[in-house]
Write a protein that binds this ligand. Structure first.
Ligand SMILES: Nc1ncnc2c1ncn2[C@@H]1O[C@H](COP(=O)(O)OS(=O)(=O)O)[C@@H](OP(=O)(O)O)[C@H]1O
Length: 202
């Protein structure tokens, strides 16, 4: 990590930290005062999004259903990373052995799309920053189907996230979606209890 002067904040972003067993111990060892921001979205949509990303890198991958369910139709395969990552309560359990809940901010991935300024308001408050980023900074880009920045820093031109963000998802049969929803429900409920936040996925 780069050195941080007084008045500066160093940020590091890696999605896999949240699900990496050794990460909480190591990060706590580096600084127990670290603030932790976790963006979570409906684990079913998350799994499909993850699969879309895998498919973009490995065309010809087996179907979503083949990977998500053992023997194609059997129980949900929690060994598959796209499924396992969505077990947020289990991952959080591992972190809470090292950090109290007060060091976490959980950002709703859904609200980050529907109300980016609102979610970033919480982020700024959590970090003890003045609310500099507001709804004035965003517009909804109908082509992209997502909010984008009105002016990117340094260029003054609008800026959307890249092609790998906000990709179309492959169609997954509704029955599979429902089975996954039912599978995640108890884990989601536990996560709502642990965080004191209802993310509205059920
Ligand atoms: N403003 C805006 N523009 C585009 N995309 C947005 C935006 N806000 C949130 N998202 C959601 O971000 C999802 C991709 O983020 P990831 O966490 O998968 O990215 S990464 O793991 O850091 O590569 C991506 O997921 P997919 O839609 O499944 O591609 C988006 O839903």
């Amino acid at each position: 990590m780069p050195r941080t002067l007084d008045g500066q904040i160093t940020m590091e972003k890696t999605p896999s930290y949240f699900v990496t067993r050794e990460a909480p111990r190591r990060i706590h060892g580096m600084s127990p005062a670290t603030k932790l921001i976790v963006v979570v979205r409906n684990p079913v949509t998350r799994a499909i999004s993850d699969y879309a990303q895998m498919l973009s890198k490995t065309p010809g991958l087996p179907s979503f259903g083949t990977l998500a369910f053992r023997r194609g139709l059997g129980p949900v395969d929690t060994a598959w990373s796209a499924v396992r990552i969505g077990l947020y309560a289990q991952h959080l359990d591992n972190w809470l052995r090292y950090f109290p809940l007060s060091r976490f901010l959980f950002v709703s991935g859904e609200r980050l799309v529907s109300d980016p300024a609102g979610e970033l308001g919480h982020v700024q408050d959590f970090l003890g920053l003045k609310r500099v980023v507001t709804d004035k900074h965003f517009y909804f880009n109908a082509t992209k189907g997502f909010p984008c920045l009105k002016k990117a820093q340094g260029s003054g031109r609008p800026r959307c996230l890249g092609k790998s963000k906000g990709r179309p998802h492959p169609r997954v049969p509704e029955a599979m979606v429902q089975r996954l929803r039912a599978f995640y429900r108890p884990f989601n409920r536990k996560f709502y209890q642990m965080t004191g936040q209802d993310f509205g996925w059920d």
